[in-house]
Ligand binder design. Sequence first.
Ligand code: NAD
Length: 326
Amino acid sequence: MEPSNAGHSGARRKVTVVGAGMVGGTVAQMLALRDYADVVLVDIVEGLPQGKALDLMQSGAVLGFDTRLTGLNDYAGTTGSDVVVITSGIARKPGMSRDDLLRTNLGIVRSVTRQVVAQSPDAIVIVVSNPLDAMCHAAFDAAGFPRERVIGMAGVLDSARFRTFIAMELDVSVEDVSAFVLGGHGDTMVPLSRYSTVAGIPITELLPAERVVALEERTANGGAEIVGLLKTGSAYYAPGTSVVAMVDAILLDKRRVLPCSVLLQGEYGIDGLFIGVPIKLGASGVEHIFQVTLTTEERAKLQHSADAVRELVATMARMDTEPPSA
Ligand SMILES: NC(=O)c1ccc[n+]([C@@H]2O[C@H](COP(=O)([O-])OP(=O)(O)OC[C@H]3O[C@@H](n4cnc5c(N)ncnc54)[C@H](O)[C@@H]3O)[C@@H](O)[C@H]2O)c1
């Protein structure tokens, strides 16, 4: 018999995590430890979400949390979720082109979004699947939600990486480091060192210019560095934790100021494109988009990053009009 939430009062908030892989499992674990919401894990692989949910619930006996976790292969039990996290997708396999990956993940994200929002029409959707900004477009179109309720996770992770590298370089507590990143997720992202500080002091005052550039580059290649080390997968601890920071901001109405991928409608001179910018994240989702003045060079880098996302969105639109290949 499948574990079920039936019979519970439903007083706790509910978070559905689609994709019970490495990132989805980490999100479920970190959320379980928070102990304020119940978690539903959904995957197409039979037994995987059920196994992870049961295993995680048993860790509650040791650690003392009462989060109810449920694993499912369909969406019936996801009804009424407050937040939906989409991590489903496949990683690029040897011999697979970027376009093949885009096509596959577009199909997956579109299909799961339609199914999950049908059960939870008031949810806030956090997209994690890659290529991130393009998948935000796919989820946004499939959900039919206002832009305030479809948000991509990338900047929280990218700025966490930047903060870590700054703290390592200066040998200071990462708690005192704050970092600012803009742009699409990937190697065109724009770390803004001018606005990245240690206890309020810009890092440009604390480090020679060439070290600042080196840290920016390491941040932009942060995902690839982990893939190079792991070889068989990509990062999941820091990505999962970054998702949970966003869920916290929403469900605890913290109004955190976090870099997230959102649909811009003229902000930063960009229209109709998901791109990473600092937002206020609270109970209603995107509550404000902060606009900062950029230097000419920073604006050019942001445009370059936006162009890369725009190209992916155009490729997805072409894929929709192409006849399916034999
Ligand atoms: N935005 C970011 O910063 C960031 C960071 C890390 C990973 N990612 C992306 O997150 C995604 C997940 O990464 P992962 O390491 O967890 O991968 P993974 O392969 O471990 O997990 C993906 C899961 O999705 C499931 N899945 C596939 N199709 C599905 C469908 N139609 N319905 C439900 N589930 C389905 C798979 O069975 C698998 O369990 C990838 O696209 C990865 O590139 C993004």
